[in-house]
Design a protein around this ligand. Structure first.
Ligand code: AMP
Ligand code: MG
Length: 653
């Protein structure tokens, strides 16, 4: 308080505060502050371990070098120890003759004779320099002159081929700092200094429990209405990745007594407990209710203004952190990485995870709910000026969105959007992220997998991001991808794709595919009709529901052309892929839509051909020479790909 005023805190009504904690949704920041205040500062348990046993541990003390490394002035080559002044006149045509001293200095032998002016002593790599010598001449630049002398054909500078004592590590220098994760390099530094044991942080033992009647462990048979326990496996692995030692205790059904026994057992043994599921205040959700009975102060936050992740529950029971993550795997991951990892790392004596944060530009505007901190999954690609973060799969739920995502970004609770061009901090799910070798952004096609499979088998990683033809073109113009697959019809020239190219892009022919209307077999409204007639029939029936495509998709342009301005029911249902259109019709959520023939076939739907379109690739010329681009072009032209495409119902160009 720079003004000199003093804030007098109002006395707190403890009970009112506790009730408020239950009723009030806390902001992300407030929940974190309260959670950390209840846990820290605290003494972190340490243990002494031998070098052979410290890989991956966090150092618990600063280490000062007890000796110089190397401990003496050392020769770096096989040759002769000399006085540089003796050789000032030496050259190829003018060798200088020096008298050989009567000892050879091997590795591990201490010299006994001085190198006096006009003399020379043989020395091996690693040997200690004798008194009097100030440089080493390589054996290649010498010639024996009888048994008592050596001719030297090179002048040497003082210090040549000598490593001085302490030049690697100086005695008294700070060698390693507390909090360093010990890798092979650190073990080497400790060994070079002769240190055999160090104090490391004892890894926190973190018990993991999944909750839910519906959960089955991987490897077991999936009963009807059951799902596999995903959180148990991910959370345990993420704990190990962040310095903890996970103890996975399985999935416990939503039965209060059973769950309470499991939680008590876990806390008796572990330093921390992480559960998932059962926090939503629903009838069957019991885990959060048990927390009040497991120790003081109990629940710190239940309900945090996060999207997704609102049901997060944070507690401290007799000094041990207990966390209940939301049940949805993506929500569990966001909240774990964003809010639990920092606490876990402090318990593990590790610094904040700098290797798991990268900065990346967001190429599109992302809208966001005001009042809640929002997490958005992103995939990273290499752009012209650094990394680009594409938002992928918004909303909680599907584990599959992990497949395309490298991490997530956070939109502040006070923001209603993140504008395009924002430089955002991305939290990586795993720090050793590999930016893909080939990036394809644009229209989605099942044929694409048939071509990129060859690259994957050759060890290249391919990332394809479905944003529609126009989105892909925009990305290609910005240089954010290698290829943009497009299928765009130009009314004026009545041709595909070429009219849409701009300078810096070139067209690589792909394949032809039949777009058409899909409907369920046996639907009398559409049977036997052509595409225009089928759409007319659909528009004539108010009970008929369509499924559309997203803005920017080439398919959407065809649909809008057929609809001619009409907006029938279902028009606003706009999924992003051919498969989703087929699924909506097959599952009776819609009656018709437009997709490609192979997808209609695979879903068992009836198909009315409308237009054979050209699915081609806009190649970013500046990226043409990249090895992965060349590999893709080769794969595209291969017999193998042509056969696979033809078999799947496409017509290679
Ligand atoms: P809950 O918070 O328990 O109501 O769970 C919310 C959603 O997440 C439900 O669809 C659960 O089936 C799902 N869920 C809960 N726990 C897991 C888990 N360990 N693995 C996968 N899904 C889960
Ligand atoms: Mg549940």
């Amino acid at each position: 308080m720079g003004s000199g005023m003093t804030m007098i805190p109002k006395p707190l009504d403890r009970r009112a505060l506790e009730q408020e904690q239950f009723l009030k949704i806390l902001s992300r920041e407030e929940a974190l502050v309260r959670f950390e205040a209840a846990l820290f500062p605290r003494a972190i348990p340490i243990e002494r371990r031998r070098l052979a046993d410290v890989l991956g541990a966090a150092l618990a003390e600063d280490i000062t070098a007890p000796i110089d490394v190397p401990p003496f002035d050392r020769s770096n080559v096989d040759g002769f120890a000399v006085r540089s002044a003796d050789l000032s006149a030496a050259g190829e045509g003018a060798p200088v003759r020096l008298a050989l001293n009567g000892e050879t200095i091997h590795c591990g032998t201490a010299p006994t004779l001085q190198v006096a002016a006009g003399t020379i002593t043989p020395i091996a790599t690693g040997g200690p320099l004798p008194r009097g010598a100030d440089a080493v001449v390589m054996v290649e630049h010498t010639q024996p002159a009888g048994s008592q002398a050596i001719d030297v054909r090179r002048a040497v500078l003082p210090g040549q081929f000598v490593s001085y004592a302490g030049s690697d590590i100086a005695r008294g220098e700070a060698l390693l700092r507390a909090g360093t994760i010990i890798g092979s390099r650190e073990i080497g530094m400790l060994a070079a200094c002769g240190i055999a044991e160090v104090n490391v942080v004892r890894k926190p033992r973190v018990a993991v429990i999944s909750t839910g009647d519906e959960l089955v462990q991987p490897g077991e048979a999936l009963a009807p209405a059951a799902i596999y326990d995903t959180n148990g496996a991910i959370v345990a692995a993420a704990i190990d990745e962040n310095g903890g030692e996970a103890i996975f205790l399985g999935a416990i059904p939503d039965e209060e007594a059973k769950l309470e026994a499991a939680m008590r057992g876990a806390l008796a043994d572990a330093d921390m407990l992480v559960l998932s599921g059962g926090t939503s205040k629903g009838a069957g959700d019991v885990s959060h209710r048990i927390l009040g009975r497991l120790g003081q102060p109990g629940v710190i936050a239940h309900g945090v203004a996060l999207k997704p992740g609102k049901p997060l529950c944070l507690a401290v029971c007799d000094g041990k952190p207990v966390v209940i993550l939301p049940g949805f795997p993506t929500s569990a991951m966001f909240t774990f990485h964003d809010m639990i990892v920092p606490v876990l790392r402090r318990l593990a004596g590790l610094p904040p995870r700098s290797d798991a944060k990268v900065s990346a530009t967001v190429p599109v505007r992302i809208s966001s709910e005001l009042g809640r901190t929002e997490f958005v999954m992103v995939s990273l690609v290499e752009g012209r000026n650094g990394l680009i973060a594409y938002p992928s799969g918004k909303g909680s739920g599907a584990i599959t969105s992990f497949a395309q995502a490298d991490g997530f970004l956070r939109i502040d609770a006070l923001a209603d959007r993140m504008p395009a061009g924002t430089e955002a901090e991305v939290t990586l799910f795993t720090p050793h992220v590999r930016v893909p070798d080939l990036i394809i952004v644009g229209s989605h096609c099942t044929g694409l997998d048939l071509v990129s499979a060859q690259l994957s088998h050759g060890g290249l990683t391919v990332r394809s991001i479905a944003v529609g033809s126009l989105g892909g073109l925009a990305a290609a113009k910005r240089g954010e991808c290698d290829f943009a697959p497009i299928h765009l019809f130009d009314d004026k020239t009545e041709t595909y794709n070429t009219p849409y190219l701009v300078e810096g892009l070139e067209l690589v022919p792909g394949w032809r595919r039949m777009q058409g209307i899909v409907f369920r077999k046996g639907d009398k409204r559409f049977e036997g009709l052509g595409a225009e007639e089928a759409v007319a029939a659909a528009l004539a029936d108010p009970g008929c529901i369509m499924v559309n495509r997203n803005q920017g998709a080439g398919t959407r342009i065809l649909i809008d052309r057929l609809l001619g301005g009409a907006r029938p029911e279902g028009y606003w249902n706009q999924p992003r892929s051919h498969n989703a259109v087929a699924a909506a019709v097959a599952q009776n959520r819609a009656d018709w839509g437009m997709t490609i023939a192979p997808v209609a076939d695979a879903a068992g739907l009836a198909f009315i051909p409308f237009a054979e379109e050209h699915y081609d690739f806009a190649l970013v010329t500046a990226r043409k020479q990249r090895p992965a681009v060349q590999a893709f072009l080769e794969a595209l032209g291969s017999d193998e790909a042509r056969v696979a495409l033809t078999r799947a119902g496409f017509r290679p160009a």
